[in-house]
Every structure is written in C-alpha cells, then in structure tokens.
Ligand binder design. Structure first.
Ligand code: IPE
Ligand code: MG
Length: 229
C-alpha cells in the first residue's frame, strides 16, 4: 500500500492525512475483495524499516492504527473477515498489542475473507524467525518445515502481488512466499486505488500463464484464476 505520503504532499497536506486516506482505501479494497470472491488478502501496513521515519510520522501511524483497530472491527465482523496480524509483536505499545489481540479474537471464527495485516513485518525477519524456530526445535531446515513455521503458515502463497505508487520493487515484503507469485505494478497512489484499479489488476493476472518452472505445453496454456492477493 504505497503512495500515501505523495498523495498528501500533492495536496499540500501533512503526510498523516495521506495515511488516513489509506485506511479508507483499505476498507474499500477489503469490501471489493469480498465481493469478487478473493479468499485471502495480505497487506503491508508497516515494515520493520518504517521505524526509521521521522518520529512524528511513526507515532501518527501508531495512533491511526490503534484507532482503526477499534473502529473497523465491527464492520469487518459483519462482513465475515478473519483478521491476522503478521509481524514482530515485541516492541509494539501496550495499546497496539492489546488492540491486535482483541481484533484477532473477535474475528477468529469468520471465514469469508482472511485479511492478513503485515505490521512491524519484514520478509527477512520472517525467514530468520522461522529458521530460528526450527533450529531451537532441533529440526532440519527443509522447505516443508519452513512453510510450517513461517508467519503466514495459515494461508497458501499469494497468486498475485499488487504494488501501488509507481514503484517496482519488493521492499522486504513476502520474500519467501512470492517465489511464484505474479506481480502487478500500479501507478495509482494507494489512496486512489479503487475498485476499477483492483479489477484491472485481476484482469491482468488472469491473462498470465503460470508455469511454475514447467513448459507452456506441459501446463496446457490454461490460466489459473484462483486468487490470493
Ligand atoms: C505507504 O505510503 C504507507 C506506509 C509505509 C505506512 P508511504 O508513506 O510510503 O507513501 P509515499 O511513498 O511517501 O508516497
Ligand atoms: Mg512509500
């Protein structure tokens, strides 16, 4: 979800105004995903590296996140969304940590859409925590064992990754899980990412031939349309 700051700067607004609009865009995206039959949506809300931003932006983001946690849960609940927070929990404020626990508990039995919110998350952090876990358990580090202990073990690897904000890089997002994901780069800034932009990304995805290392003849040229963004 990239481009909140630029959206605000273009309008001579403080960056936090862009982040607030970003929450609106996420609410809209979750709703559309539910309507389109998307089973899993994973979003990058705050990275391990975002702590290095100016202190007022970091504290503004934390306040906004804590507030959104409380404000959004009833509607998510009504829409059958199961929330998961993915990332390092230690180092978060008591308020944020408590909000996360409550939101996960409240939505645990929903099943229409799984919404993973990566918060204080980094792809390298995840690989390291998973390998450390296996080492501590005295298990060998195999691909299958890693999949069992990665932070997103409860969902399949994403079919489609969308990056907004006209940047074309992964920025320490799902490094392990995106081995065979399709990528879509949108020029839209995240607050502007609407239903049309999501449908455009899904249409782009549906035209891809996914070969997973095989040849085109082997896979029969049939696009696989199951989507976990
Ligand atoms: C993404 O928007 C939101 C977070 C990282 C929290 P940015 O804040 O990165 O927006 P730009 O890239 O400065 O426009
Ligand atoms: Mg950015």
């Amino acid at each position: 979800m990239d481009g909140n700051g630029r959206w605000a700067s273009k309008r001579f607004l403080p960056r936090i105004a862009g982040h607030k609009k970003g929450v609106d865009a996420l609410r809209r995206c979750v709703k559309t995903c539910g309507q389109r039959g998307v089973g899993v949506l994973t979003v990058f809300a705050f990275s391990s590296e975002n702590w290095n931003r100016p202190a007022d932006e970091v504290s503004g983001l934390m306040d906004l996140f804590a507030m959104a946690l409380v404000r959004e849960v009833p509607q998510l609940q009504a829409d059958g969304v199961q929330l998961h927070f993915v990332g390092e929990r230690s180092g978060l404020s008591q308020k944020v940590a408590h909000g996360i626990e409550q939101a996960e508990l409240a939505t645990a039995s929903n099943s229409r859409l799984i919404l993973n919110i990566c918060f204080n998350y980094g792809g390298r952090w995840d690989i390291i925590q998973a390998a450390s876990k296996l080492a501590a358990q005295g298990r060998s580090i195999t691909e299958r064992a890693m999949n069992e202990v990665m932070a997103l073990a409860h969902v399949a690897d994403p079919d489609l990754v969308i990056r907004t904000g006209a940047e074309q890089r992964i920025s320490n997002f799902l490094l392990w899980q995106t081995a065979y994901s399709e990528f879509h780069f949108s020029d839209k800034l995240w607050p502007e990412f609407d239903e049309e932009a999501l449908d455009f990304a899904i249409a782009d995805f549906s035209r891809r031939e996914r070969r997973f290392g095989k040849t085109s003849d082997q896979v029969g040229g049939q696009p696989d349309n199951a989507i976990r963004i």
